[in-house]
Design a protein around this ligand. Structure first.
Ligand SMILES: *Cc1c(COP(=O)(O)O)cnc(C)c1O
Length: 233
């Protein structure tokens, strides 16, 4: 077995153990393999080991790898954009991805909706919310999330599926859980307000257990599958 296949198996086992602790079914969890900075060969290896959903943060890099994989005959993958998104990159994202997790402004959402090609299904999106207040700069503010969510949900080219967050890095598991609980509470509040959100995109290599305990439905895992990244952005 390759290292990537063995790592994937270990991550799936961590997810299963955390689900058991939380009294949840692993069928509720999606594993997103975060392949940013790793070459197409690594994605092919993960795909051969049964991994289908991949997360990328840099538009140009992702599109090049998608083309290489298609040329290698690797098809049927699902592409999630999880990085910061500038206006000048929205068209490429709308054309080349299935999901975007990092919506934090209405203007970006409107551009993605307008630029989504008509022959493709709506782009599946999550709002990125800042659940760590002053510790973080990315994501919309918690108090702005309900207004943004209603506006995004109304856009025809997008389908609002849920919320995403990247809390500050900490080894304090109780703090990790309190942060993730904020995102879950916000989701519950929005669902009570009539938005049918079914996705909580939270948890990474170091904190996926805490995220699953607090209701994550999708964990975004890079390092634990592919190894330490040389470039960190
Ligand atoms: C890089 C990245 C991840 C993966 O982080 P790891 O610590 O390598 O598991 C998850 N989510 C986002 C948004 C990222 O940019």
């Amino acid at each position: 077995m390759t290292t990537i296949a063995a790592n994937l198996q270990a991550v799936r086992a961590r997810i299963a153990a955390a689900c058991e602790m939380a009294g949840r079914s692993s069928a509720e969890l999606t594993l997103l393999a975060v392949s940013k900075t790793w070459p197409a060969m690594c994605i092919r290896e993960a795909a051969s080991a049964g991994q289908r959903a991949f997360g990328e943060s840099y538009v140009q890099e992702a599109i090049e790898k998608q083309a290489e994989l298609a040329a290698m005959g690797v098809t049927g993958l699902e592409w999630h954009f999880i990085g910061p998104l500038q206006s000048n990159k929205t068209r490429l994202v709308a054309e080349h991805f299935d999901w975007v997790h990092s919506i934090e402004r209405l203007k970006i959402a409107e551009r993605l909706s307008d630029q989504r090609p008509a022959q493709l299904p709506p782009l599946q999106v999550c709002l990125q919310v800042n659940i760590s207040a002053e510790e973080s700069k990315s994501g919309c503010a918690l108090r702005e999330a309900p207004t943004l969510a209603r506006a995004v949900a109304a856009l025809p080219g997008l389908r609002l599926r849920g919320l995403m967050a990247i809390p500050e890095l900490t080894d304090d598991v109780d703090l990790q859980r309190r942060r993730f609980a904020r995102l879950r509470d916000l989701r519950d509040q929005l669902v009570a307000g009539g938005l049918p959100l079914d996705v909580l995109s939270m948890g990474m290599s170091h904190d996926l257990e805490a995220a699953i305990m607090e209701g994550a439905t999708l964990v975004r895992v890079g390092t634990a599958i592919f190894g330490e990244r040389q470039i960190t952005l």
